[in-house]
Design a protein around this ligand. Structure first.
Ligand code: ZN
Length: 315
């Protein structure tokens, strides 16, 4: 039986659930179509600035991206990103500005993706992740990597063109692997990064290197960080992680050795946990769970078999 068929496998992963947005990439180079979409009365626009957006709570207890019609949107000196359309034909744009607009009402507040991703609907979280990823890329790629000239935005935010040498630059995504390693006793290997708050443990993770397969990357990272060798690797799911431009590729991996030898550089401590040991450590507060938005929490939950206990709760 696949680990994905247990109770925890059926809940959507934050930022990975279908957003209901068609990116409609074929319209990105059609300036006339984009102008018509922008000025359509149903179009919705939000501002992204420094990785943050405005979010607001609704009377019925949900949290939404604060969006306005385009005629209310601030357009001076902004980058305009076309993000796609929903099944009702509503178009969505993000405007990149140096600052978020002033508060529109008392409850609207700025939030980054780590906070907002847990609160927003899959549609709004998906729109935000797309906009934040484009903003990060635009900010870091203002100059041509081929000739050094300043580049200009094109394709509604999805290309930067070099006017000097004609090069077109596309948004980059850096693959990273994140894996829950289990041993022959079905214990899970969790590690502590050097700069994490005391008690926080999570799955191991790292970037895929040039010329490397993702399976090789899983094995290399686990050995580098914890000294454990890995055999079978099973892909679980991916998660966009625009901090600033990663894609997390999530795996379950089976260890072929059990002795731990941490690198002390990235990972300060690593431990094997049985389910009972992890439950007790969470409940006593000795171990803090990984950050909620991350696919790491879901990988651990998939192994655990049900939602993770909260500190102080008896499951
Ligand atoms: Zn150039």
């Amino acid at each position: 039986m696949s680990i994905l068929s247990n109770e925890a496998g059926h809940r959507p992963i934050v930022l990975t659930a279908p957003s209901g947005i068609d990116r409609a990439a074929h319209h990105r180079l059609d300036e006339a179509w984009l102008a018509a979409a922008w000025s359509h009365p149903t179009t919705r626009v939000f501002v992204v600035s420094g990785g943050q957006v405005l979010i607001d709570d609704t009377p019925d207890g949900r949290t939404e991206l604060v969006m306005t019609p385009s005629f209310e949107a601030p357009v001076t000196e902004t980058h305009r990103y076309f993000l796609g359309r929903d099944e009702d034909g509503v178009s969505y744009f993000a405007l990149q500005k140096d600052a978020l607009p002033g508060r529109m009402d008392q409850s609207a507040r700025p939030a980054g993706l780590r906070e907002a991703g847990l609160l927003l609907s899959p549609r709004d979280a998906g729109l935000m992740a797309h906009a934040v990823a484009l903003e990060n890329w635009q900010r870091l790629h203002r100059f041509c990597s081929r000739c050094g000239e300043r580049t200009v935005i094109a394709a509604a935010g999805h290309i930067r063109r070099c006017p000097a040498c004609g090069a077109e630059h596309y948004p980059r995504t850096d693959p990273a692997v994140i894996m829950l390693v289990t041993d022959e006793e079905d214990r899970a290997l969790l590690g502590r990064q050097v700069h994490w708050p005391e008690g926080r443990f999570s799955t191991l993770a790292g970037f895929v290197e040039p010329g490397e397969s993702i399976e090789q990357s899983v094995a290399r990272e686990v050995f580098e960080e914890a000294g454990v060798t890995v055999g079978e690797v099973e892909y679980v799911a991916s998660q966009p992680w625009p901090f600033p431009s990663s894609l997390m590729l999530g795996f379950m991996a089976r260890a072929t050795s059990s002795e731990i030898n941490v690198d002390g550089d990235e990972i300060e401590e690593a431990r094997w946990f049985s389910r009972e040991e992890l439950r007790a450590a969470f409940e006593s507060g000795e171990v803090l769970p990984p950050y909620g938005i991350s696919i790491a929490a879901r990988l651990i939950e998939l192994w655990y078999g049900k939602p993770l206990p909260k500190p102080g709760n008896v499951a």
